[in-house]
Design a protein around this ligand. Structure first.
Ligand code: UGA
Length: 461
């Protein structure tokens, strides 16, 4: 496409966007784009999910998502489909948001990305910008490019070293535009990003991405492809490092009778450190941080860089569950035959996601020691019930935190839902058999809980 034709395309705002993969990244992204005014196709091979979306039902919980879905289905700005190839042909900008799960060795499994790249290649019928949004190891964009070229059977210009010298004769560009959305606040993050990173190889790709994101009015960092990919993994690995670091400090605080909350306040006021992502607890979980740390280590090793620092981050994180269980054991002595209340199961608040949630391993550990459980989570109950069906496990699924407390020998807080902060502690205590509260997320002020008559155990305080 000539520069003139591209200018024309911009003038007409003829950007036909498809978001490929409608999971926790893709769906907020697609609906966010629709809200910005871009008509957006949402393509996913999972026809059940697409049917659910078409009938107006979001397949998972995320604040604000359901409203946006209803609005943009009604006004036609969001079109869900399971016809990926049709969606590719109908669009000139494709955001690739498919899953990148991990293999047993920690490496990222890129087969879904590769499959999409093949489909794009086969359906290349004019200029297309392929925007990689899934979290992928560095140099994935190069592979996408190569794969599209191969399957499109288009001529490739090669440089003097036999290197690919760019897309000059090809009707496509690849860009890396990593997402930094956090589950539970994905739309808030989409509409108010700290920064947008665009790894591009051409002016054309840069201008299209600038155009799409212009309404968000935030700093946009332009980089090359590898740098953009690396930024994403580096961000998640660094966040994970902060959490493991503060978890170790919390352990130390317990040994020397110091208060980790004040340590965090004391260091967090230093702008070079900052106060965020320094909450100690039962460890980081979810679909991203644990898998991205492993993938980062694997990728570094493949490149001959020994990133064992991150192996330690992972090891510290793995130990959090055992450490928390030992706190419960120290509080109750014997767990066998005890009724234990569990508040929260989601890997963090405002989501129903339980993937790699440390809470599940804690539940498993308690059950293995013969405790029976009473569990409540505002959103994640269906997921937990699938993993631990009440027919097979001594778990009673409760409809409120107070029901969780009924006759319990201890109540454990595993997710810091806002609902739990406002509980009537006296009512909770009265319902319990023994007033022991083990708080894995430092939700409460120790003085307040002790004043309400609890034996209170938290993290690093
Ligand atoms: C993470 C990153 O924060 C996002 O920036 C990124 O876009 C996303 O992964 C992704 O790669 O898609 P998310 O998985 O939604 O987001 O969850 P986080 O908010 O990062 O929390 C991860 C885990 O760390 C949770 O289990 C949380 O409880 C735990 N955590 C977080 C702590 O234990 N302490 C803290 O101070 C913060």
């Amino acid at each position: 496409m000539s520069v003139e034709a591209h200018r024309e395309l911009k003038k007409n705002q003829d950007l036909r966007i498809t978001v490929m993969g409608l999971g926790h990244v893709g769906l907020p992204m697609a609906l966010g784009l629709a809200e910005l005014g871009w008509p957006t196709i949402g393509a996913d091979e999972d026809s059940k999910k697409v049917a659910s979306l078409s009938s107006g039902k979001s397949p998972f919980y995320e604040p604000g998502l359901q409203d946006l879905l209803s609005r943009h289905l009604n006004n036609g700005r969001f079109i869900p489909t399971d016809d990926l190839e049709g969606a590719i042909r109908a669009s000139n900008v494709m955001f690739v948001c498919v899953g990148t799960p991990q293999r047993s060795n920690g490496e990222a499994d890129l087969s879904q990305v590769e499959s999409v790249a093949r489909k794009i290649g086969r359906n290349l019928d004019g200029y297309k910008l392929i925007v990689e949004k899934s979290t992928v190891p560095v140099i994935t964009a190069r592979w996408i490019k190569k794969t599209v070229q191969r399957y499109a059977k288009v001529p490739v210009l090669t440089g003097p070293e036999g290197e690919d010298s760019g897309n000059a004769e090809l009707e496509f560009d690849v860009a890396s535009n990593p997402e930094f959305l956090q589950e539970g606040q994905a739309l808030q993050n989409f509409f108010h990003p700290d920064r947008i990173v665009c790894g591009v190889e051409s002016e054309r790709a840069w201008e299209i991405l600038e155009e799409i994101y212009r309404p968000l009015q935030c700093p946009v960092l332009r980089t090359d492809l590898n740098t953009a990919e690396l930024i994403k993994h580096t961000a998640n690995a660094f966040l994970a490092t902060k959490i493991s670091f503060i978890n170790m400090v919390a352990d130390l605080c317990e040994k020397v009778d110091a208060d980790v909350t004040q340590v965090v306040e004391g260091i967090g006021r230093d702008p070079r450190i900052g106060p965020h992502f320094l909450s100690p607890g039962i460890g980081f979980g979810g679909y991203c941080l644990p898998k991205d740390v492993r993938a980062f280590v694997h990728m570094a090793e493949t490149c001959g860089v020994d990133f064992s620092l991150l192996k330690e981050v992972e090891r510290v994180n793995q130990q959090r569950v055992a450490r928390f269980l030992s706190k419960v054991r120290n509080a109750l002595w014997v767990l066998n035959g005890k009724v234990i209340g569990v508040l929260g199961a989601a890997f963090k608040p405002n989501t129903d996601d339980i993937r790699e949630a440390p809470s599940l391993r804690i539940v498993e550990g308690l059950l293995a020691e013969g405790a029976s459980l009473q569990l409540y989570d505002p959103n994640a109950m269906p997921g937990v019930r699938n993993v631990f069906p009440p027919e097979n496990y001594p778990i009673r699924y409760c409809s409120s935190p107070y029901e969780v407390a009924e006759g319990a020998h201890a109540v454990l807080v595993l997710t810091e839902w806002e609902e739990f902060r406002g509980l009537d502690l006296l009512r909770l205590r009265e319902a319990m058999d023994v007033p022991v509260l083990v708080d894995g997320r430092n939700v409460y002020r120790p003085e307040a809980v002790r004043a309400a008559g609890f034996e209170y155990i938290s993290i690093g305080r």
